[in-house]
Ligand binder design. Sequence first.
Ligand code: GAL
Length: 763
Amino acid sequence: MPRGARFRAPTAGLLILRNGPYGTGPRDIRMPHHATDILRRRLVQGALGLTASLALPGRLRAWLPDRAPDGAGAAPPDRYAPVVARFPHILHGGDWNPDQWLHEPAVIEQDFALMEKAGCNTFSVGIFAWGRLEPAEGRFEFGWLDEVLDGLARRGWNALLATPSGAKPRWMSEEYEEVRRIDAQGRREPHGSRHNHCFTSPVYRDKVRIINTRLAERYKTHPALAGWHISNEYSGTCYCSFCLAAFRAWLRSRYATLDALNAAYWSAFWSQTFQWWDQIDPRESPMDALSLDWQRFTTHQTVDFMRHEIAPLKAATPHLPVTTNMMGTFGGLDYWRFTEISDRMSWDAYPQLRDWRAAVGLAMTHDMYRTMKGGLPFILMESTPSNTNWQQTPSLKQPGQHRQEMLLAIGHGADATMYFQWRKGRGAFEKMHGAVVDHEGSDRTRVFQDVAAHGALLRTLDAVVGTTVRPEVALVHDWEVRWALGFTQGPRRGPGEWGAPYDKEYVPTLVDHYRPFWKLGISVDAIESLSPFDRYRLIVAPMLFMLKPGVVERLKAFVTGGGTLVLTYLSGVVNETGLVHRGGLPGSGLRELAGVWAEEVDSLPPDAPRRITAVPGNALGLIGEHPVRDYCERVHAEGASVLATCAAGFFAGMPVLTVNRVGAGRVYYLAARPAEDALHDQVVAGLARTVRLTRNLDVDLPEGVTVQSRSGGGRTFLFLHNCTDRELSIDLGVTRLTDVTDGTVLAGLAHLPPFMSRVVEIS
Ligand code: GAL
């Protein structure tokens, strides 16, 4: 099938969300590698899987987690166990596809020798190998996999054995058409390439159960088996009769009656009222609540599919961890809903670290994967050792950048640095994708040497394994909030990237709020709005557009108890089905909490002269005038003190930044989107002073340098990164630092070469 042949414009009523794992703007939006992937990564989906319903008086049943998020309530551990219990080292390796080389066993033998030289120890195997494992229905061939696992075991290494559901064998597509998805236009998709199976199809589920059971039973006592790599990058959605029926059943369990659903959807609009459940079709709707529920359902169904995949594995190997590799801040699934069934979180990061700003979005995403399991170290499951073959201009890594990219991940909590891919294949779609072993085939390449140097470095970092960070600051990154923002038409069209016309730049906005903390070297957790708040001193919740049930009450308790909360424009606008709160915004009690009324929101053209002016002598120490972009609200202070006002037009003099004292805490409200770093930097510097936040290293850092931290076992490791291509210096004053990897002592004016990352302890 020619590239692009399967790409179709989105159906009306569906929002297609852009895929930006790093959230650093269009240049960093990840370009998926072929049309099927484009489609799967763009289709909307979602769910409140893993939830229980609570009856709330006078409204539809609200959905909340049926247990506290990980770690909530219990004292978090000082140091966690390694990913692989018997292997107390940082894992190093990646996706290995010996199934593509069965015709050349010598290559596989050579791989083992090269792995040794590269300091690798862990490989994901069998990810797309269903065709090799079950070449015909019911005929299984495990001999080759036996040899691969035996080879790993002989060397004391680890296999993250994959379930092969990410790519189905051709015989299955032919024999059982129901395993192939139905697209938004109602057409049965062809066999295609990968990541395109129906998550509801009983046949597919049965075939997955059989192959997963076979794998689990065969290898459950194999010494190489260290964990399960469940499928690959789950994504996409299907409109077959099984999926639509499951969706309607899910809606029934959520709303109980059609009247409740109609009310929640505001379906009198354009005569949309549903008379029968079977009329509900997520593809055609001017009701954003329906699109939102389809997102939730798709997450629910994907989680359910993953649970189905895991069942036979846990039956055979209850002691082994299961994980599935995710795609950063991918818009199509609410990854928070996967945390309970994943023993570890893992994700695939393909940053282009051309300048330090790209490192910031990456850092925020790493933080989220650590936060998702309450601080448990995560797995960097894929990264490229060189370049990709699907970005617009995939740059090679400059000297130092590979080490830096790996230490960035570890510094934010990764206990595994893994690659896609170990060896370049000779043909097909990914033959030009970077790999540890090039077509040249030896250990002499620059890339191989970089990888081997990282492997050697890891031998000095065993003490880092299991350590973590307990930040005082949390940033709210909530998929449902993002979906609600994206499905709501207005108050302006977004940049429209990836067919998301109502996109409000949610993830890039989060990065804007995260960046000042990164610059100061202050650690941050990235939570969702259902996460526990009480472990933080400062919570920043940009564009908290949708308020899930209970969130306002919990925020109130947080602030009253002494916490500091930062809210922005477009907060508290809708409830969980997208109905706008009446009684003035920010709604549902946020107006009282923030002490402001946001009467109107203006949508700004690019040249709008609107500016933010600091009020002289304001409590945050803000100075100067700052440009704004996109949004500016007309806000009235209702008890809050004004720290900055608007400087132009009929908004002149109106509050733009306010603070309201509530109990022992404070609520800040920022009514416009700053166009530049300066205001964000000043606000966070002011907050850091007011809230007395701890910097990881108490020295001034030049732009492009950050310090992250991991502690445990009585030690604190600082990760010092110069993410620029220039040599920079830090004045350490009286502080002396010792590099734990090579013993270098840093004192006085410490020089950091371009792209230098160090792991240090205060001596
Ligand atoms: C990932 C995928 C891998 C490989 C890689 C290329 O999204 O999981 O199988 O395709 O991209 O960068």
